[in-house]
Design a protein around this ligand. Sequence first.
Ligand code: HXC
Length: 260
Amino acid sequence: MTYENLLVEVKDRIIFLTINRPKALNALNVQTLTEIRHFFSAGYQDHDDFHGVILTGAGDRAFVAGADIKEFLAVAEDGNGETMAQRGHEIFFLIERFHRPVIALVNGFALGGGCELAMACHLRVATENASFGQPEVNLGIIPGYGGTQRLNQYIGKGKATELILTGDRIDAQEAHRLGLVNYVLPQEEAREKAVELLRVIGSKGPIAIQQSIRAINAYYDGKEGYAAEAAAFGAVTKTEDFREGASAFVEKRIANFRGK
Ligand code: HXC
């Protein structure tokens, strides 16, 4: 498969995977998600000759600013929000269960689906300008790519609930304090840190690494939460509030929610 929105660069046994839609702040449209699915399944699943993957966003503003809101309105027309969430879950599970470590190098906005993508990776290294949040409520929807599940896992129920219900953004230092990211560093150093982590991990027994990932994931493997999230996402995408929220974003105005 030829990728339109992903750049793949292999250097010293490390794969740099860059989401390359900088004009849209690397928002995840269907094409990009299809390419991510391909990379983590057909593309590199059977390869063993690399230490791991560093996943980042093109440009210096964003890791990923979320699912592509401009495509969202089509979801409202089709009424297939639950399927959209389920497809995202499957793709993000491929990352979480990948046989080599995947590090998110979070180099700017990691919002909505972008924060969820970073959380599906095994480790997160943030640059100082990175910020994180689940702003879906501003659009009249909820996180749908695992955010209601994984944010709890990293930062606990209380703070996760606050961030999801307020849609507030936090900076990289706060994300570090809460345990959402492993390191916060200036841009070049962040990249070097991610490389160093993969070199250290790459020097260990690959089977031990793979089995560690599998065992860590097993602790969280109950699927009910993800199914509940997908069903809830499906429900909110059927509301007028969702049309209003997504339209307001596209039209660059404040949404007027009416609870319908
Ligand atoms: C589509 C997006 C986008 C997105 C930004 N852009 N985020 N396009 N989807 N998620 C586009 C803008 O429309 C704009 O395009 C360009 O990128 C630059 O963005 P600006 O808004 O002009 O930049 P700025 O004023 O600096 O604000 C940056 C920002 C803001 C704070 C990140 O763009 C923003 O709030 N984005 C949306 C974040 C969000 O709500 N994410 C969650 C999405 S829902 P033009 O053409 O005008 O230049 C989600 C659900 C996942 O992720 C689950 C699904 C199942």
